[in-house]
Design a protein around this ligand. Structure first.
Ligand code: ATP
Ligand code: MG
Length: 231
């Protein structure tokens, strides 16, 4: 699925202009890393790209069709990982958290369990399934939040700082998992400050500054000048 932002602007109620005339495409089987200083608009871009926030002007298109017109049906095709995992976790146990979305889609609890087991193994959290979602470490919460999206197998993954709190080992397994998703043709967008991670996975890099796209291209955009100026 191709997700496109066309001349998108977004203004928060306090008049902060978080996005200004942003145009970009996120393609199937590609990973786009969105980078830029704190407050440059990365999170806002992901929220607008998933139609959680409606743009003040411009359009968000999914395969050429306005995304917001396809809601709520299209919601399950899009997985969004919030920057703060606490905004996502609300079930009493990790197992329930992972099963939650699936239970809206599948009535066979054995099938639900098998998917939960598979995803939790892939994210190294199967030992946490009986634990309370409120009593986890930062990296555990992030992996549980990511797992809660992967269970319903969305075509588009919008991930806000997915490597935050992760150990090097966990980052490597996330890298492997995302490369696998990319091979399966998923459209992947990652907001991150993690240059090493971006360098290992990005097909496209988008650098924002004050809500504007200042640089767009492949890994060649990572020059000394760009680092000094924006990263
Ligand atoms: N709920 C809000 N209400 C008002 N202004 C907001 C809100 N959320 C973000 N902003 C402002 O919008 C701008 C973009 O914020 P955003 O969170 O998108 O940046 P970011 O690039 O994700 O930053 P970070 O790297 O710190 O996560 C900033 O100026 C921020 O202060
Ligand atoms: Mg952010």
């Amino acid at each position: 699925m191709v997700l496109e932002l066309r001349n998108v602007s977004y203004v928060y109620p306090n008049n902060v202009v978080a996005l200004s005339n942003v145009s970009t495409e996120f393609n199937e089987g590609e990973v786009t890393c969105i980078m830029g200083p704190g407050g440059s608009g990365k999170t806002t871009l992901l929220l607008v790209a998933s139609c959680i926030l409606s743009p003040a002007s411009g359009e968000v298109l999914l395969n050429g069709v306005p995304l917001c017109s396809l809601l709520p049906g299209v919601r399950r095709r899009i997985g969004i990982l919030f920057q703060d995992p606490d905004d996502m976790l609300f079930n009493p146990t990790v197992y329930d958290e992972l099963a939650y979305a699936l239970r809206q889609l599948i009535s066979d609890e054995a099938k639900v369990m098998s998917i939960v087991m598979d995803v939790s193994n892939r994210l190294g959290i199967s030992h946490l399934l009986k634990r309370s979602t409120f009593a986890l470490s930062g990296s555990e919460k992030r992996r549980v939040a990511l797992a809660s999206i992967l269970t319903y197998d969305p075509d588009i993954l919008l991930l806000d700082e997915p490597t935050g709190d992760l150990s090097i080992k966990d980052k490597l397994s996330l890298l492997k998992l995302l490369k696998n998703m990319k091979m399966l043709g998923k459209t992947i967008v990652i907001a991150t400050h993690d240059y090493a991670f971006a360098k290992n996975i990005a097909d496209q890099v988008l650098i924002l500054n004050n809500g504007r796209v200042v640089v767009k291209g492949g890994l060649e955009v990572f020059t000394r000048e760009i680092f000094l100026k924006y990263l």
